[in-house]
Design a protein around this ligand. Structure first.
Ligand SMILES: *Cc1c(COP(=O)(O)O)cnc(C)c1O
Length: 293
């Protein structure tokens, strides 16, 4: 790829306009983010993994002009910087790319460069500085390592440390229980079966009733759920079903029931069984899923 870039730079007449910086490291990045007024990042959506370089520019008083991808799709507001694209994917559509190139030049010519050179009597670009302050003030608290580390600590590290202490307490009682739960499920999972399914719609609710044959699995070790894909990009619907009376003549066979709003058709919902164990993390520690067909 680097060879192709070099060949392109040499053959396209861009030699005097392009610099390829090799071995990007923390030292080089410091120089770059301290030295720029405008950070332009033009990935083809969705290939920007995140865009941390744009966040580093914030803290150094630079302004972002980037594709609405990665962090910039979350952070961008007109008063904070400039955006390219419509936040959607367009594959390698060359017409779209040509349009975005036009948009980039248009933005630079009509907005960015005039704002940078519009100086007051003290030589200060007032509108530019206002945007810079707004971007620093509003975005650095959200897109900083302080925030990220705090969030990881509160949401993951502290709960994980607590869970660890609980597991090793009393001669690792809980840890041993979790391991035997994992082994037990792995050995018996293939015997799960769904039986009869009934759905009744009453007023504003669908009532689901499903026969579940757990065979040798302890009903406390699994959770039976009703699942439906999320609509319009929303999170999926997951409803825990409650265990009712045992099925006559079956080993660990039970009727499970639940009720969901009839706003969606009943056919959107599928029952499934997943592992359950207080103190264990599912699906991280037990990845099985058994779907109703
Ligand atoms: C910030 C940084 C990156 C990430 O750059 P992006 O443009 O966000 O991909 C990579 N390497 C180093 C050394 C950095 O400091």
């Amino acid at each position: 790829m680097i060879e192709e870039w070099t060949a392109f730079i040499n053959s396209s007449g861009a030699r005097n306009h392009v610099v390829f910086l090799s071995d990007h490291d923390i030292l080089m990045t410091q120089r770059l983010v301290q030295g720029v007024d405008l950070w332009i990042n033009t990935p083809r959506r969705p290939w920007e993994a995140c865009g941390t370089s744009g966040m580093k520019v914030l803290a150094n008083g630079g302004i972002n002009l980037s594709e609405l991808d990665g962090w910039w799709a979350e952070a961008y507001k007109p008063e904070l910087g400039w955006a390219l694209g419509d936040g959607r994917e367009h594959g390698d559509d060359t017409a779209w790319e040509a349009q975005e190139a036009e948009d980039l030049y248009g933005l630079l010519e009509e907005e960015v460069i005039p704002a940078f050179y519009a100086r007051d009597e003290h030589g200060i670009p007032r509108a530019w500085v206002a945007r810079m302050r707004e971007s620093m003030a509003r975005l650095t608290p959200r897109f900083s390592s302080n925030r990220a580390v705090r969030q990881y600590t509160e949401e993951y590290y502290i709960p994980a440390a607590k869970a660890y202490h609980e597991r090793v307490a009393e001669k690792r009682l809980k840890a041993a229980h979790i391991v035997s739960w994992q082994r037990d499920l792995a050995g018996k999972w293939a015997n799960l079966r769904f039986g009869e399914v009934k759905v009744e719609t009453r007023g504003k609710s669908h009532l689901f009733m499903i026969h579940v044959y757990l065979n040798k699995i302890d009903p406390d070790d699994v959770s039976v759920q009703l699942y439906a894909d999320g609509m319009n990009g929303e999170a999926p619907a997951r409803k825990e079903m409650s265990r009712g009376e045992p099925l006559v003549g079956a080993m660990n066979g039970y009727v499970y029931r639940t009720e969901v709003a009839a706003a969606r058709p009943a056919a959107d919902y599928t029952a499934r069984i997943i592992p359950r164990c207080p103190g264990a993390t599912v699906p991280l520690e037990a990845r099985q899923i058994f779907w109703q067909r």
